[in-house]
Ligand binder design. Structure first.
Ligand code: SF4
Ligand code: SF4
Length: 623
């Protein structure tokens, strides 16, 4: 009938595409039926019975989540209010389960059940309940003794076993019960009275207080009977089965006072395979102005052999959204996984590979372009500091893996980064997996080609600058505990959403900010990564002391040689003593290539120059 967005905190619409895109998406559902199969962003095929809605570019996962929310909510309303929407039970009554059985045999097997309320069930009950019981029974020929006497163990056993009320309950819609009791003809008549999914409960009162009052009006709800399942009352209504027909049974049933067949509608939500409580309710007056009721309930559970697995239930079980998303994004997932495998092999064999300078340079260039274009622009796999504080908040509020599985590429990347952080440090991500990092490095390559003079940051300024990103990280995480919305706004410090997610199509101040950072990185190598990136800071904290220090150094690195520090390492991750700061290193491998290449390494070059002199000297000595 209608739907509107009451509240949301989806960042891509709040701070990116604008809320109108979300409202327009939601408006498409109006006047559609929940029974339709909605497909988001697909192409309509002739003859296909699905309903196609326009998706929202760059918010694919968000609109799938919105779709899931709308469909689930609408279904919940439909199930609560309309017939024919009940979720299929996991089990159904076995349609062919039948053998001829007498009333006694049905009772013995538990297919029919008896509930007797005896005098001792009144032990300890309020005087008003007992008074009410006595009043109710005045119409009948026996009465309950005064409450002071009933709980007393000195009461005679006859009094103690005297029956206040007795009922038999039989679900006639179960074939073995209905056909055995009613016979085929009456059973068919009953079926004609029921709509699909409806249940029929036969209630027989044989003694004492009855489930219906003498004033009972046919086709209404019995006044003194309640059926509850899972604590929820189930609606019952007399179907007036015996208005024109006398009760007729194919076999002997107990002598009864009242007999009714009650209807339980399909939307009533009763599952026969689950335990239920059937109660006789006795109204009483706790005070002159009040009316209450006391429930004498018993547990009614039907034996398991009456049921079989419902094949429809498995089909109707909604597939988790994340499974759908993983299936739809198989290609992106596969390419990402293959790249990660190749990257792992590359790093595992980097000691050998770094001897081949050209190969490493080409691999790195290909990797940067791939990460920017495929992982970033196409697969939207830009990790962000928002992911970190969502995880921290989840650890406090309760963790649900389903939320993280909604974005498979991000999920896979985080798993890989988490392991690689401890193993080899942050560099594997920052140097080989971050799309915005790749963009900055591509800018650095352009700057080199265009011979743009570089600004070299003085060591003391560099140190202070590095600290800024840690302060920013701390501020962001603290703000996320205060307000997630505020933290998401502050996370705009990251230019990722503008540059990678939205491809620079956004409100101009955001675009200007991202462009300034990229232009700056033409002059200062990876300026954003080195001084501002809170995500990089977070990764640096965890990956500062990796289990494996992959990058080789030689004794001469730092003393006397400073080549790699001064010329090869663009981000100043090599200390004066030649050691690598794994908190800053992006594992571009440039220093290792230098070290393994005798044409590049100054020490090797120096040694090469010296060898002929030594050989000459040796030759002259031997002469
Ligand atoms: S420091 Fe930040 S922007 Fe740079 S590569 Fe690492 S995560 Fe990406
Ligand atoms: S040059 Fe060496 S120390 Fe510097 S970032 Fe690259 S791998 Fe790390």
């Amino acid at each position: 009938m209608g739907l509107f967005v009451k509240e949301h905190s989806e960042p891509i619409f709040l701070h990116g595409l604008g809320e109108q895109a979300m409202f327009d998406f939601v408006a498409q559902y109006k006047s559609h039926n929940i029974k339709e199969r909605f497909i988001i962003g697909g192409k309509s095929n002739v003859g296909n019975d699905a309903t196609y809605f326009d998706g929202v570019t760059k918010a694919t996962v968000s609109v799938l989540v919105i779709n899931d929310t709308i469909v689930t909510s609408a279904l919940a309303v439909a199930r609560a209010k309309l017939d024919g929407f009940i979720a299929p039970s996991n089990k159904i009554v076995a349609p062919d389960f039948f053998e001829p059985l007498s009333f006694e045999a049905l009772l013995e097997k538990g297919y029919i059940q008896k509930h007797t309320i005896n005098m001792y069930d009144f032990d300890g009950l309020e005087r008003e309940v007992i008074t009410a019981a006595n009043e109710a029974l005045e119409i009948i020929d026996f009465s309950i003794e005064d409450s002071e006497e009933i709980p007393n163990s000195s009461q005679s056993s006859i009094q103690k076993t005297q029956i206040f009320s007795q009922h038999y309950y039989a679900f006639l819609s179960i074939p073995i019960v209905g056909r055995n009791l009613l016979g085929e003809e009456e059973y068919q008549r009953l079926k004609e009275n029921l709509k699909p999914g409806e249940l029929a409960l036969l209630v027989i009162n044989t003694q004492g207080f009855s489930f219906v009052s003498p004033e009972f009006i046919p086709q209404t709800t019995p006044e003194h009977l309640q059926v509850l399942q899972g604590g929820f009352p189930i609606a019952l209504r007399d179907i007036d089965f015996y208005s024109f027909y006398e009760p007729s049974f194919t076999q002997e049933i107990p002598q009864y006072k009242d007999i009714k067949v009650l209807r339980i509608k399909s939307k009533g939500g009763l599952s026969l395979d689950q335990p239920m409580d059937i109660a006789i309710s006795l109204p009483f007056k706790p005070s002159f102005f009040e009316l209450d009721e006391h429930l004498f309930s018993f547990n009614f559970t039907l034996p398991n052999e009456l049921f079989i697995e419902n094949p429809e239930a498995a089909l109707a079980k909604p597939e988790p959204l994340w499974v759908k998303i993983w299936r739809d994004r198989t290609v992106e997932i596969s390419i990402t996984v293959v790249y990660l495998l190749l990257l792992s092999v590359f790093f595992a064999t980097q000691r050998k590979l770094t001897r081949y300078t050209t190969f490493v340079h080409i691999s790195r260039a290909v990797s940067l372009v791939f990460v920017m274009c495929f992982i970033g622009f196409y697969a939207q796999g830009q990790l962000s500091v928002v992911n970190i504080y969502t995880l921290l908040l989840d650890l406090v509020d309760g963790f649900s893996i389903d939320v993280y599985l909604l974005d498979p590429v991000i999920f896979i990347l985080w798993c890989f980064v988490f392991v690689s952080l401890f193993l080899v440090g942050r560099g594997l991500f920052c140097g080989w997996l971050c799309p915005f990092g790749a963009m900055q490095e591509i800018m650095a390559v352009i700057a080199k080609q265009l011979r743009i003079p570089q600004i070299k940051i003085k060591p003391q300024h560099h140190r202070y600058g590095q600290a800024v990103k840690y302060v920013l990280l701390l501020g962001l995480i603290a703000s996320s505990f205060y307000s997630l919305t505020l933290a998401e706004k502050l996370a705009e410090l990251e230019p990722f959403k503008t540059a990678v997610t939205l491809h620079f199509v956004r409100y101009w101040p955001f675009v200007l900010y991202a462009v300034i950072l990229l232009v700056l990185s033409l002059k200062i190598h990876k300026v954003y990564c080195r001084y501002l990136c809170p995500l990089g800071a977070g990764l640096a904290i965890v990956g500062r002391f990796p289990l494996v220090k992959l990058l080789d150094r030689r004794a001469e690195c730092g003393s006397p040689c400073q080549l790699c520090k001064q010329k090869q390492c663009g981000i100043d991750a090599i200390q004066s003593n030649g050691q690598i700061d794994y908190g800053e290193c992006i594992q571009c491998l440039e220093c290792v290539v230098t070290l393994n290449n005798s044409d590049m390494c100054k020490i090797d070059k120096y040694k090469k120059k010296k060898v002929p002199t030594r050989v000459k000297n040796l030759n002259s000595v031997s002469a």
